[in-house]
Ligand binder design. Structure first.
Ligand SMILES: [Zn+2]
Length: 464
């Protein structure tokens, strides 16, 4: 079986692959800081040269910010063999405070730790180490077969850590060139640092700020208290009413478009044996706070939320002041799932607040973003073979998982290029991405490369 030969080559060539990664890590491509502009450029050049060496037609493409790297490989046109796009990013986070690093963040080294060898340096995990897993898989495949297995497009961004300002315009302007059958994104982690997974659900986000206005000026609570409405009391009542006793959100129509988990997905999530006591225990908590009839993983991944992120009003300085304030404020956000419509929920929230105001009080609202949830269709024929490949490599059943936060790039592929994306990554929870002493386990690097080789094999070899 030829995949074994590719895997053996990956294992045998790991030292050279590691050296190449160390080389890339030495380039301080901090995208947010203009002082590193030339370095970002240099990282893009490094990748263009590496991809050309792998047989790609690769180029650095200008944007108003840092360049994109786009590369194409015209593989064999075999019916049923997909055209794959791979996405990663070559820019990294700033490194300060430098004093908290045990070594120069851009002088990476292999370190021995009690948990095994790690590659230490900024970008080791996020995302240079991860993106190189795919390039190294291509290298080993090509060395073994003399060519790559299918048509491939590589798309590497240099602004991911600074808000991706050029990404959507670039996708729109180059949609024809970038469109493929499925996108592979390597910028996520193993579930609980050990189980390979494909992220298929990403929660959306809606943000609202509300100001309740009562009296025309701040009042003295001795003079007016009891007769005049306190807007903090009103706001507290309104906020308290957003959840019922079972943790359900009370806004009319809020659960429209919230899908139930399929039995298949429920079984996969049960198989993950999520230790919510440990997860909460790590942050000093123990009691799940979501809907009482839902499992902890559902609360995190497949159920919507309503959270108050900030609340203020009146006197909050040192000492005490018996003020009856004129205004009270709150910032409230909703994590959304499935087909929930952010704009309909915004309207429902505003109507709910307004309906509770006495005639002498008013509410003002300002919007802070609205992005729908992302749902990858696992019916795309690439998903099951990829999951099988991951299961095979890691020796533990890979799962489709959710992600409580948002990973905008996956949604962009869907929205702007009409492509499903598979988020597959090998980072661990303790990789300290964005923090001092970032690392990537050498084992993650090696098994990551092997995983991609297996994914390529499963997606491009007809299985009898
Ligand atoms: Zn990243």
């Amino acid at each position: 079986m030829t995949i074994q030969a590719v895997l053996a080559r990956i294992d045998q060539a790991l030292p050279e692959a590691t050296d190449r990664l160390l080389d890339l890590l030495r380039i301080p491509s901090i995208s947010t800081d203009p002082a590193y502009q030339a370095d970002c450029d240099r990282a893009a050049d490094w990748l263009v040269a590496d991809l050309q060496g792998l047989g790609f037609e690769a180029s650095k493409r200008p944007t108003p910010g840092h360049p994109m790297v786009v590369a194409h490989y015209d593989g064999p046109e075999v019916a049923g063999t997909p055209h794959l796009l791979f996405y990663g990013h070559y820019d990294v986070q700033p490194v300060d405070p430098l004093s908290l690093w045990d070594r120069d963040p851009f002088d990476p080294q292999i370190e021995n730790t009690p948990a095994g060898k790690v590659i230490r340096g900024r970008g080791a995990s996020d995302d240079k180490g991860q993106l190189m897993t795919f390039l190294e898989a291509c290298r080993a495949w090509r060395a073994e077969h003399g060519r790559l297995p299918c048509r491939l497009t590589i798309f590497l961004e240099g602004e991911e850590e600074s808000g991706s300002p050029s990404l959507i315009p670039f996708m729109q302007e180059n949609a024809e060139e970038l469109r493929a059958d499925v996108a592979l994104i390597c910028d996520t982690g193993l579930f609980q640092s050990q189980t390979p997974s494909i992220v298929t659900m990403l929660r959306g986000l809606l943000g609202e700020e509300v100001t309740i206005k009562a009296a025309s000026k701040d009042l003295h609570s001795g003079m007016y208290g009891g007769l005049a409405m306190n807007p903090i009391r009103l706001l507290s009542q309104i906020i308290a009413g957003l959840h019922d006793d079972t943790g359900r959100i009370t806004l009319p129509g809020f659960y429209d478009g919230v899908p139930e988990l399929s039995d298949e997905m429920r079984a996969q999530w049960q198989g993950l044996a999520f230790d919510h006591a440990r997860f909460l225990g790590d942050v000093g908590l123990s009691v799940p706070a979501g809907e009482t009839d839902r499992t902890p993983l559902e609360m995190l991944w497949s159920r919507p939320t309503c959270e108050v992120n900030g609340i203020w009003g009146g006197y909050t300085g040192d000492g005490f002041k018996t003020v009856l304030p004129a205004e009270a404020h709150a910032k409230i956000s909703f994590r959304l799932v499935g087909q929930q419509d952010p704009l309909a929920i915004r309207e429902a929230f505003r109507a709910y607040v307004t309906a509770q105001l006495p005639p002498d009080c008013t509410a003002e609202f300002s919007a802070h973003g609205d992005s729908p949830a992302g749902q990858m269709s696992v019916e795309n024929p690439a998903f099951e073979p990829a999951r099988a490949a991951l299961t095979e490599e890691w020796g533990t059943a890979a799962a489709y998982v959710g992600c409580g936060g948002s990973i905008p790039i996956a949604g962009y592929f869907k929205t702007y290029l009409d492509m499903d994306a598979m988020l597959i990554g090998f980072a661990k929870d303790d990789d300290q991405i964005h923090s001092p002493n970032e690392k990537y386990d050498l084992q993650s690097f090696q098994k990551g490369i092997r995983s991609w080789a297996r994914v390529l094999d499963r997606l491009t070899t007809a299985k009898g």
